[in-house]
Write a protein that binds this ligand. Structure first.
Ligand code: NAI
Length: 335
């Protein structure tokens, strides 16, 4: 059983499309549907109900839609709360060019490993006066080490020859310096994989100029958040980038994008990122064959603007795109 959290904004449309896809492809996964988020709060007075925590603790694996976080006021992010509560310290964001977003002869295949529980996301902020505010950045050696270790282990498994660690250690000598020190220590365990160190400002430029030079990036929470949106822009936008939040005994899969309030309820959301997140979940559940089917079906649709959603210049609604995907995958079954 997998916990399914539709969430806010475009989340319910994505969940509906996903359930249809899984049903039509006869994927052997049962979902336990759990409401949570701002819309749930407006109905019940609770953002994250107890039943959600019970379901997560029982199933240990979830697929989650986006949830609203107010900007500059109100409660801390519900997403950050779940990641911290269950110590989901590895955020994995694959940036893979598919379909017509592949350049001639080469395709970007980059994975960002983002530390998910520390840094400025700890929410330790204070007012010094009404004209001065402070936020405390927390980096620990152990927290950094375990994240970078996941990146190196992945690089080893995938046969990649280097891991790029991104910090701003020239300026934040203690915090980012510590992340880098932990990273260098991890690298000693993997003599066959090169360690590359890049400062975050340079990384932003390098990603725009020549992203193909990178395969695995390991970085802190805030830099990872920003760089993964930047990298999403390189391959066609937020509608295409999935993600996973993984701890030692729980995993929550979700797209990189948010609630997309500007298009919510209009049937316009591109479900690719959510379907790719579901494919990562299928890999995690040892159902990789189904994950591969979805990935290759999506690659075929994204090869043609006529079979894309509107964010990519195509004519299709969320549901029409889902139907086309089902059709493509079923065609594949019959050769
Ligand atoms: P956003 O990702 O929701 O939207 C940014 C832009 O990209 C919008 O124009 C949107 O329409 C477009 N977009 C995003 N995903 C798309 C998709 N699948 N198909 C087509 N177009 C897509 O970011 P924004 O506007 O900064 O945040 C909105 C809300 O989402 C905020 O409350 C924020 O806190 C929350 N959020 C939640 C996340 C989560 O639950 N994991 C992650 C990021 C933001």
């Amino acid at each position: 059983m997998v916990t399914l959290i539709p969430g806010d904004g475009v989340g319910p449309e994505l969940a509906q499309a996903l359930l249809h896809l899984f049903h039509e492809l006869e994927i052997p996964v049962d979902f336990d549907l759990e409401e949570a988020g701002k819309a749930h709060f407006e109905k019940t007075g609770t953002y994250l109900p107890d039943s959600l925590f019970e379901s997560l603790e029982k199933n240990k694996v979830a697929l989650k839609g986006p949830m609203t976080t107010p900007i500059g006021e109100g409660f801390r992010s519900l997403n950050v709360e779940l990641r911290k509560k269950y110590d989901l310290y590895t955020n994995i964001r694959p940036i893979v060019e598919r379909g017509r977003f592949r350049e001639e002869g080469r395709a970007l295949d980059l994975v960002i490993f983002r530390e998910n529980t520390e840094d400025l996301y700890q929410g330790i902020e204070e007012w010094v006066s009404d004209k001065e505010a402070r936020s405390i950045k927390v980096i620990t050696y152990d927290g950094s080490y375990r994240l970078v270790d996941k990146a190196f282990a992945y690089a080893q498994k995938m046969g990649k020859d280097k891991v790029t660690i991104v910090t701003k250690a020239n300026i934040m000598k203690y915090t980012d310096g510590l992340f880098l020190r932990a990273g260098r220590d991890v690298a000693k365990k993997y003599p066959d994989i090169a360690l590359e160190e890049v400062l975050v400002d340079n990384m932003a430029m390098q990603l725009v100029l020549n992203p193909y030079q990178f395969g695995v990036i390991a970085t802190e929470n805030l830099y990872g958040d920003i760089l993964s949106d930047l990298a999403a822009g390189l391959i066609g936008g937020l509608g295409l980038v999935p993600g996973a939040n993984i701890g030692d005994d729980m995993a929550i899969f979700e797209s990189v994008h948010g609630t997309a309030p500007d298009i919510a309820g209009k049937g316009l959301v591109n479900p690719t990122a959510f379907f790719l997140s579901a494919s990562m979940l299928l890999d995690y559940l040892d159902l990789k064959t189904y994950g591969d089917q979805i990935r290759s079906g999506l690659g075929l649709l994204l090869g043609n603007p006529q079979t894309s959603t509107q964010d990519l210049g195509g004519p299709l609604s969320t549901m029409d795109f889902t139907e086309k995907l089902i059709e493509k995958i079923k065609e594949g079954y019959h050769g």
